[in-house]
Design a protein around this ligand. Structure first.
Ligand code: C2E
Ligand code: MG
Ligand code: MG
Ligand code: MG
Length: 274
C-alpha cells in the first residue's frame, strides 16, 4: 500500500554532500538534546555609561556548554534557526536571563532576538507571558535585533515590535554598519537605540577615514534623537574617541568580558567598591 518513490525519480549520489548532511543532522540532534538538558546558558556582558563609566545594564549572550568542544553562538544560532529550534532556544534564553537579572536589579537587560523569532505570530505574546510569569518590569528589557529582520518579513516584524513597545519594551538595532541597514531603518521601525558594530569600531584604528565614518554615523543617529552604543571596545583610545563623538553607552572587553551570573555579581560588587 505504501507509496514508493517513483521509478523515474533519479537520485544522484554525492558522497560529500551526504557526509555534510549527516554532520549537520548529528549536530541538530545534539543541539535538541542540549536544549532539553539545559546546556544552553546565558553569560552577561556589562554595558557602561560613556559619561560616568557606571554600569547601567548587561547584554545576555548564549553559550553552549559542550563536552566535545565549544561552539560559539555565531555557529549554533544559525543552526537553531535552520532546524526550527530558535523559538525554544530564544525563549529559554529570555527566561534564564530574566531570572538571573533579578540579582542585579535595576540594571537593564538586553537580549538578542533572531529575525525568525520576531516574525513568529506568537512572539509578542510569548515574551509578555514570560515577563508576567517572572514578574519582570518590561521597561528594564531591551530586545536587540539585526537588520536581517527588516528584509525577510517587515510587516510581521513591525507588528511584533509595535505590540512589545506599547508594553514598555525597548528595541535596539544591532550590528549597525556591518550590513545594509540605513539610518532610515532606525526611524521606520521605531528603534530606541543603535548599536554600532565592532567592525566599525575597529576600523577607527585604520586612520581618519574610519574615524570620520564612525563620527558621521553617530551624528546621524543623534540627529534623530536615537542614543548609540558602541560594541567591541578594547582600548581606552577607542572609548575616548567614541565618547567625544557622542556615544552614550560603551560595551567591550575594555569595560568587561561576558561573565556567568555569579562572576558578574562579584565583578559588580568590586567595581562599585573601586
Ligand atoms: P552581538 O549581539 O553583536 O554580540 C556581541 C558579540 O561581540 C559577542 O560575541 C561578544 O562576546 C563579542 N564582544 C563583546 N565585546 C568584545 C570585544 O571587546 N572584542 C571582541 N573581539 N568581541 C567582543 P558572541 O557572544 O560570540 O555572540 C556572537 C553573536 O551571536 C551575537 O552578536 C548575537 O548576534 C548572536 N547571539 C548570541 N547570543 C544570542 C541569543 O541568545 N540569541 C540570538 N538570536 N543571537 C545570539
Ligand atoms: Mg547583541
Ligand atoms: Mg552586536
Ligand atoms: Mg555583532
Amino acid at each position: 500500500e505504501a507509496k514508493e518513490t517513483g521509478r523515474g525519480c533519479a537520485i544522484i549520489y554525492h558522497p560529500d554532500l551526504d557526509r555534510q548532511r549527516e554532520k549537520i543532522a548529528a549536530l541538530e540532534s545534539e543541539l535538541r538534546r542540549a536544549l532539553q538538558k539545559d546546556e544552553i546558558q546565558p553569560v552577561f556582558q556589562p554595558l557602561a555609561s560613556a559619561a560616568s563609566g557606571d554600569i547601567t545594564g548587561v547584554e545576555a549572550l548564549a553559550r553552549w556548554r559542550r563536552a566535545e568542544g565549544a561552539i560559539g553562538p555565531d555557529a549554533f544560532i544559525p543552526l537553531a534557526e535552520k532546524c526550527g529550534l530558535i523559538d525554544i532556544l530564544g525563549l529559554q534564553m529570555l527566561r534564564k536571563s530574566i531570572v538571573a537579572s533579578k540579582a542585579w536589579a535595576p540594571l537593564s537587560l538586553s537580549v538578542n532576538v533572531s529575525p525568525i523569532q520576531l516574525c513568529n505570530l506568537n512572539f509578542a505574546g510569548d515574551v509578555l507571558a514570560v515577563l508576567e510569569e517572572e514578574g519582570f518590569d518590561p521597561s528594564r528589557l531591551t530586545l536587540e535585533i539585526t537588520e536581517a529582520v527588516l528584509m525577510s518579513n517587515p510587516e510581521q516584524a513591525r507588528r511584533s515590535i509595535t505590540a512589545l513597545k506599547s508594553a514598555g519594551i525597548r528595541f535596539a538595532l544591532d550590528d549597525f554598519g556591518a550590513g545594509y541597514a540605513s539610518i532610515g531603518t532606525l526611524r521606520e521601525f521605531g528603534f530606541d537605540r543603535m548599536k554600532i558594530d565592532r567592525s566599525l569600531v575597529q576600523a577607527m584604528d585604520d586612520g581618519s577615514t574610519g574615524r570620520n565614518v564612525l563620527t558621521a554615523t553617530i551624528s546621524l543617529a543623534m540627529a534623530l534623537g536615537i542614543p548609540v552604543t558602541a560594541e567591541g571596545i578594547e582600548s581606552a583610545d577607542q572609548a575616548d574617541a567614541l565618547r567625544v563623538a557622542g556615544c552614550d553607552q560603551l560595551q567591550g572587553y575594555l569595560v568587561g568580558r561576558p561573565m556567568g551570573r555569579d562572576e558578574l555579581v562579584s565583578w559588580l560588587a568590586s567595581s562599585i567598591a573601586a
